[in-house]
Design a protein around this ligand. Structure first.
Ligand code: HEC
Ligand code: HEC
Length: 271
């Protein structure tokens, strides 16, 4: 995934997002399906779906996202960093977008603020199970490109994203749709926005569309998109196809159905 694109897709919450004043979870425990009874395997599946392994690498040893003229940025080597934290500290870093000494950049913590304690414990158990490899990577250094985006407010720290969007949710469609909403908030919202409105057409890339367009997707077509990356009409849809192949292929059938049901309902309600 290209460095610049990730930041370009980070969007501020529009008025269509709903604020949850209590910051609390939906009533029943809605979370990723426990497809494996083993906590570490469950944590690995959740990490794959959430993109932790995509950004930090399958070995969690971190990857170089630096771009000349923009800046130096590595995704952290989690195998070296995680042992330095207690579970509580680690959870706090992931949810807040800040470590004890500084704010993070490029880590989408605003998507993880509402993960349930169980999903968080599974992620942590998985991270702790991965053998240490490689070295600790350097802190970010911003060059001209990044500084310009920071000044323009396009590129913000992970902690700022948490402050701006950490308590927002996409449309509440009620209890029967809560699982789909939970998954969508932690995944699709990264690019399609927490309001799910997508992005207006822009110059060089195909922007993520308003997810209310899923109203036109039959369940079978939707499953095919998320499991293989092939969109209706046998189209490859670029970044969306890649993210499906690398991440959403790990969703269970019932999770995909829940996402489809929820998005169809949002399209009906359309707030
Ligand atoms: C879009 C890419 C991306 C995704 C997805 C992502 N991360 Fe990160 N993460 C980063 C980057 C970049 C950094 C380094 C930020 C910095 O150094 O300022 C980071 C830093 C971290 C840190 C802080 C390490 C330290 O130095 O203290 C932790 C912990 C972490 N990520 C865990 C996770 C977990 C767990 C997930 C999945 C739930 C995840 N990340 C998903 C990009 C990502
Ligand atoms: C990493 C960014 C990213 C994430 C995460 C993401 N999408 Fe997308 N999505 C895109 C982009 C970019 C497009 C536009 C692709 C194009 O037209 O080339 C898109 C297009 C789509 C389309 C339209 C396909 C078509 O028929 O043209 C659907 C449907 C869709 N996404 C659903 C989802 C769902 C559901 C999720 C969450 C499970 C999700 N996306 C997560 C980036 C993303």
């Amino acid at each position: 995934m290209r460095f610049g694109l990730v930041f370009a897709t980070a969007m501020l919450c529009s008025s269509a997002c709903t604020e949850d004043p209590s910051g609390s979870m939906p009533e029943t425990t809605v979370q990723f399906q426990r497809a494996s009874s083993d906590l570490v395997s469950h944590g690995k599946r959740v990490a794959d779906v959430l993109g932790c392994t995509d950004c930090h690498g399958a070995d969690l040893a971190g990857r170089d996202w630096s771009e000349p003229g923009f800046g130096r940025l590595w995704t952290a080597n989690l195998t070296r960093i995680v042992p330095r934290y207690t579970d509580e500290q680690l959870e706090n870093v992931i949810r807040s977008g800040a470590r004890p000494d500084r704010e993070l950049w490029g880590m989408p913590s605003h998507l993880f603020t509402h993960l349930t304690p169980d999903d968080m414990s599974a992620l942590i158990a998985y991270m702790r199970s991965v053998p240490a490899s490689g070295v600790v990577h350097p802190d970010p250094v911003f060059e001209e490109g990044a500084r310009r985006e920071i000044t323009a407010g396009i590129f913000t720290s992970s902690a700022t994203q948490v402050r701006n969007e950490g308590s927002s949710w996409p449309t509440d469609a009620g209890e029967p749709y809560a699982l789909g909403r939970y998954i969508v908030r932690a995944t699709c919202a990264e690019c399609h926005g927490i309001s799910l409105r997508g992005e207006p057409p822009n110059s060089d890339v195909s922007p993520p569309p308003d997810l209310r367009m899923v109203a036109g997707y039959e369940l079978e077509q939707f499953r095919r998109l998320l499991q293989t990356g092939i969109a209706v009409g046998n189209r490859d849809v670029g970044l969306m196809s890649r993210v499906a192949q690398r991440r959403f292929v790990n969703l269970t059938d019932s999770e995909i159905d829940a996402v489809h049901r929820y998005l169809q309902r949002v399209a009906q309600l359309d707030p």
